[in-house]
Design a binder for this molecule. Sequence first.
Ligand code: PRX
Length: 655
Amino acid sequence: MTTDTPAQIEALLAENRTYPPAKAFTEQANINDPKVYAEADADYLAFWEKAAENIDWFQRWDRVLDWDCPWAKWYVNAQLNASYNCLDRHLAKNGNKRALIWEGEPGDTRTLTYADMAREVQRFANGLKSIGVQKGDRVAIYMGMVPELPIAMLACARLGAPHSVVFGGFSPDSLADRINDAQAKVLITQDGSWRRGSIVPLKQNADAAVANTPSIEKVVVYQRVGEKANIQWNADRDIWWHDLVAGQSDQCPAEPVDSEHMLYILYTSGTTGKPKGIVHTTGGYMVGTNITSKWVFDLKDTDLYWCTADIGWVTGHSYVVYGPMSNGVTQLMYEGAPDTPDKDRFWDLIEKHGVTILYTAPTSIRQFMKWGTEYPEKHDLSSLRLLGTVGEPINPEAWVWYNEVIGHGKSPIVDTWWQTETGAIMITPLPGVTTTVPGSATVPFPGVFAQIVDDQGNAVPTGKASGYLTLTRPWPSMFRTIFNDPDRYVQTYWSKFPGKYFTGDGAKQLENGYYAIIGRVDDVLNVAGHRIGTWEVESALVDSGDVAEAAVVGLDDVIKGQSIAAFVTLKPGVEADEQERTKLKQHVVKKIGAIARPEQIIFTADLPKTRSAKIMRRLLRDIAQGRVLGDTTTLADPAVVNELKQKYESMGATE
Ligand code: PRX
């Protein structure tokens, strides 16, 4: 592991531009008094108890927290239902309020009120019941960005059936692995989804996956694309969504579940092994996502909120579905690509609907910068009043561009640090309180406690060296375990620094105590804000049959933050040529999905290793980054790596 500070963070540490909240914003902000921090510090359980008042409970808790590190129970013995909190409780006052304004990529639109959502969710929940889904059963969901995706999730939550949403860009193999790990009983998918004018063949992929998933009894298929989607039908197993809900009652009472009942599993990449099934439970997760939505995004009844994340990732779970909907907000949901039909689609949507809050990823911002200011400048973006980012470190240059070109200097920016595991935002400005610094996520949310530590677990003093980012106290929306693998939960997150949660990120505190997140310090890559384990890509390469050994590292990428470089040793007799490169890249896409496609494949006779046969990734990163050998194309000569290997081994390198 390394916590080397990249140049980008050095630039941030020299950053002296500060952006205090504007008076006009502060005056209207949901939170504008900094005393919330001191109050939460003084008694964090009292803080989280008060936060829980924003959720409707069927039965109140006996205690706020039972903590037997690393095992947490929040709001002990309380009962609630997540779907009830996102829907039913809004109906009396806000039934006719718009919940979702949806835009399909081809330009079709739909609007669903909270009453519409409640009706559709209940009909679909009854449909799921009719095919045998019961409390506790896992339901896999593999869909595009259509309203039926949150409807399906909320229907599962209504029954107490944990959902496992798999991002629609994942391959059939990835889908099958996740279904098998969760032992899901039903898969919900759609015929196809629109992306950049093409059809994403979700049903075809689902068919290929389900061929290897014995636990799946039924596949529910939502019809989005129609005849253009070239699909096969298995009459014993497949059922159209519209047939399933036909004739179903729109009354399906929300099942009261225990606070610690599993709400969902979401798979994410780790350092080694297959993706981990991150388990979130109901009570604490709802409290955490609800209050962070309200405080960080300053949600008001009049807002039109837009989080551009795909619901297949945690950002969509927490900040499209559970956080915003439990706040009864009106939101925009968009199906397709930001450059379809042209590179101004986002700005067009913001102007058309009057979006007030935009939450997106640094990768997208850097892409927009590259496309040029003429695209946002074509549109009236004056409705925007708050901007957010998530998923990866944002470089100050992109932050300032976002502020000036999109926010016209009048919208605070909330750079929010968190993870699939944390469930909700952990380090973030509060827009009516915090003076922001470009590139820094600033300070922990009230009631959250972070600490940067060195290798021995000792706190690193503020303004000094970088170190490992840990969280020192439990928080309500924390994941509770890894599905079916509690040992891995303990090992991965709670063993390196006993008593503290290890995030896997490196960080540094600025002189004023603000946090600068450096990024992953383990073998997890962050490509365009998507987490990918080096091990997953390496196994996909080896799986091709042509590869004897592979090592994958991340390269700095000006748009995507990181891209993937693979060092590959081919089996004897396999030609190291351009054709083989293409073949291997395609194989990775087939095994994992397009997000994992290696940018570079470097053939080498050998990989540099330590005496204990550990691949020297740091060296490979240097080589791939051109820091050791200059132009990486020189690496086509395998002798170069051999030479390095000898050189480094003779130096007794131990990484
Ligand atoms: O490295 C951090 C980075 O994204 C990782 C978590 O990825 P994932 O579980 O997929 O969740 C992404 C969306 C919450 C973290 O370990 N990360 C996330 N937000 C930020 C960030 N890095 C820097 N700044 C952020 N605001």
